[in-house]
Ligand binder design. Structure first.
Ligand code: ZN
Length: 360
């Protein structure tokens, strides 16, 4: 019905345009199908054309309910294993999660693209972020088959790669928050795994050196725990920018010391985390929202156990019921499109040169 109404309005608009044009001899009346948006408008003398390039395909912001001030889920996983538990998802359940997210219009982006508001998702789709804490073997496991090394098809990386291959428009990303001595628990493959991750759109993040409780440490020890992680990662990946920290057990340094979660230095090794992730239980704000605080980012538990109404499936249902809360891309990374109702909740200093489009 709505579509029909739009067509009727468009038809009358065209009739009026053509009639008006008929009284103005200078204007040549185009056949209706050519009055589409891709036709450049002839310039009046002295008028400067906005751009000579054919315009990108126009998106009906209202029809797709674009809302780039909506919420984004940063999903938190730990292990991928044989048995479902509070901190363990089975391989099949993880596959199910990816499938359901994909089917419901969610597309994978990197944590970095989220915090930098560099979100390139097709119009009408919703970005989400994948994170894994603790660097268990089942996050990235290399197995040998007939004398050949391969990625275990049931580990997290194996499952994501398989899904990406089957769904090339799924996107890419995924942050692995590791601690030492042996991230992913196969010492001989650490370098190889890191190289694979970086080459395939994943990140290696900080999860402290040995899973320290940062809430119990003094200033020096906080910096030691975080800088030693960065130093170790950079031994495998020289110069690598460890831009994100997931707080071990979700506990950050107390009071004024919290700032050392983001930045610090120990024995000449500096760290600069532009994203600090909590355990949390709710979706994160858009990177242009007045609520966006990149050093206190909440995550949604990707679990179906003991989530008390705050797990991934609860939030998926929430967004079905309240689609206006969900981030929906306008498909153009250079613009931030929002409905008028969101206008007061955008922090314009976070637009970073992007154009704000408000529709009602
Ligand atoms: Zn942990």
């Amino acid at each position: 019905m709505k579509r029909l109404k739009q067509l009727i309005i468009l038809f009358f608009a065209l009739v009026i345009t053509i009639n008006f044009a008929a009284c103005t001899p200078r204007i040549v009346v185009e056949p209706p199908q050519e009055l589409e948006q891709n036709q450049p408008v002839p310039a009046e003398p002295g008028e400067v054309l906005q751009n000579d390039e054919p315009e990108a395909e126009q998106v009906d912001l209202k029809a797709i309910k674009a809302n780039e001030n909506g919420q984004i889920m940063i999903l938190m996983y730990h292990g991928i294993g044989d048995k479902e538990a509070e901190w363990m998802r089975t391989a099949d359940n993880f596959r199910k999660d990816l499938r359901i997210l994909y089917d419901k219009g969610y597309r994978l982006i990197s944590l970095k693209d989220y915090i930098e508001n560099n979100i390139k998702v097709e119009a009408g789709y919703t970005p989400f972020v994948l994170t894994f804490d603790d660097g268990a073997k089942n996050n990235f496991n290399i197995i040998e088959e007939n004398g050949e090394k391969k990625i275990d098809p049931d580990c997290a990386v194996g499952i994501i790669e398989e899904f990406k291959k089957a769904h090339p428009d799924f996107g890419s990303g995924g942050s692995f928050f590791v601690y030492y001595l042996v991230p992913f628990r196969q010492k001989e493959f650490i370098k190889e795994k890191y190289d694979f991750l970086i080459a395939n759109g994943y990140d290696v993040g900080n999860h402290s050196y040995s899973h320290e409780n940062l809430g119990k440490l003094g200033i020096e020890d906080i910096q030691k725990a975080l800088a030693k992680n960065v130093k170790s990662t950079q031994e495998y990946l020289p110069g690598y920018d460890v831009y994100a920290l997931a707080l071990p057990n979700g506990i950050g340094p107390k009071g004024d010391n919290y700032k050392y979660a983001a930045q610090g230095e120990f024995e000449g090794v500096k760290y600069n985390h532009r994203a600090v992730l909590k355990v949390g239980s709710n979706p994160a704000p858009s990177p242009v929202s007045i609520k966006f605080d990149p050093v206190r980012l909440p995550r949604v538990r990707a679990s179906e156990m003991k989530t008390e109404g705050t797990g991934m499936y609860d939030w998926l249902e929430h967004f079905e019921n309240k689609p206006e809360k969900r981030y929906i891309s306008d498909g153009n990374p250079d613009t931030v499109a929002i409905p008028e109702s969101e206008a007061d909740y955008v922090d314009k200093s976070k637009l970073n040169g992007k154009e704000l489009l408000i529709y009602n």
